[in-house]
Design a protein around this ligand. Sequence first.
Ligand code: AOF
Ligand code: ZN
Length: 381
Amino acid sequence: MIADEAYLQRAIDLAMQGRGSVEPNPLVGCVIVKNDQVIGQGYHQRFGQTHAEPNALASCTQDPRGGTAYVTLEPCCHHNKKTPPCAPRLIEAGLKRVVIGCMDPNPAVNGRGAALLRSAGIQVDAPVLENECRQLIAPFIAFMVHQRPYVTLKWAQSADGKVAGAGGRAVQISDEKSWQAVHRLRARCDGIMIGSGTALGDDPLLTPRRVKRLRPRLLRIVLDSHLRLSPSCRLASTVDMDPTLVFCQPDAAESDQARQLRHLGVEVIGTEGGDGQLSLGPILTQLRQRNVMHLLVEPGPTLARGFFSSGLVDRLWTIHSPMVIDEPDAPTAAAIPEDFALTGQIMLGDDQLCERLNPASPVFFSRQQSADFVLLSGQHP
Ligand code: AOF
Ligand code: ZN
C-alpha cells in the first residue's frame, strides 16, 4: 500500500535524527497512525535510552488502541539489555497492526520480535520498504553482521582534480562551509584514518573542531607500514585529547621509533601485509573489536586506491572546489569507481559535495542518501 510506504518513509526520516547519538545501536523511527491520522511519532535518540516505539507511544495525542505502528526495524523482544523490550509495549498499547521495515539482524531478536507480536494476535506486515530501511541501518549491519566498521572515504579536490599543491604541499582546497560539513561528519564517527603521507605532509590533528562532539571516543588511526611518523608530530603529542593508533609492519613495531611513540602514549600495532602495503581487512577487524562502527578515512590518492581495490568502501564523499591548482607535479585525486551510485549533490558555499555509495558493498541495499547527508541538507522533519 502506498500509504504504508509513506508512513514508513516518515519513520525513516525521523530515525535519521539519531545519527551520531545512538550508535552502536541502529537508527530507528516509529510513526503511530489511527483513522488515517498520525497520532504519535518518535525515534531512538540516544544510546542507552528509550527506543523509538516507546517514544512514539508516549507522544500519542489519542489512545493508540486499535491503531497501526510503523517501525523501521523489527521491535525488540530481548532482555538483559539497557532498556525494556519494545514488542510487549506495543502489545500492551493495544495496537491492531504493526508494519515493520526490516528484521533486526541482532541474533537476539531476528524474527522473534515479529513472532511475539503475531502470537498476541497483532497483524504484522513485514517487510515493507525493506531495502530503504536496511540502508538506513547499513552501518549497524556492517558492525553486527559483517564484523567491521562502515567505511566512508572523504576527500576534497580542485577543479583540475588535484588534492594538494606542488610536490604534495598541503593546500586548503575546500571552503569554510564544506570544512564545517566535514567536521560535523567527524563528530559523528568513532575513528578517523589517514595514511602516512598525509600524517607526514600535513601534521594533522584529525579532531572535530567548532562542532559538538557526539561520540564518547574518537580513535585517530594512521596506516604507516614503515613507521615514519615522528614522535614530535601533533598526533603523538595530543594523545591526552584523543587516542592515536598506528598500524605498521611487524618489524617496524619493534623499532626504536615504535618505543618512542609508545612512550608518548601512542599505540603502535604490527600487522600483516605484503609489498609494503598493510592489509586493510584485518585492520578493519581490529577496529571493529575496538567498537569503531563508523570509520571515516581521509585518504591521499594511494590509500584511496588501496581501499577501492580491496572493495572495502561503503560510501564516498568528494568535495569539488572551483579552485584551480595548475601545478603539474601536484598529486591527482584517485579515480572515482564508475559503478559507484551518486545519491546526492549539494552546494556548500562555492564547493559541491557529492555522496556516492558502493553498489558492490555487502551493506548496499538502496540508492538512498545517508543520514549524514540528509542532516547536512536540513531535510529532516
Ligand atoms: C527497537 N527499537 O528503537 C532500537 C532497537 O541496549 P538496548 O536496550 O538499547 O537495546 C539495543 C538493541 O535493541 C540493538 O542491538 C537492536 O537489536 C535493538 N534496537 N530496537 O525495537 C529501537 N534502537
Ligand atoms: Zn526496542
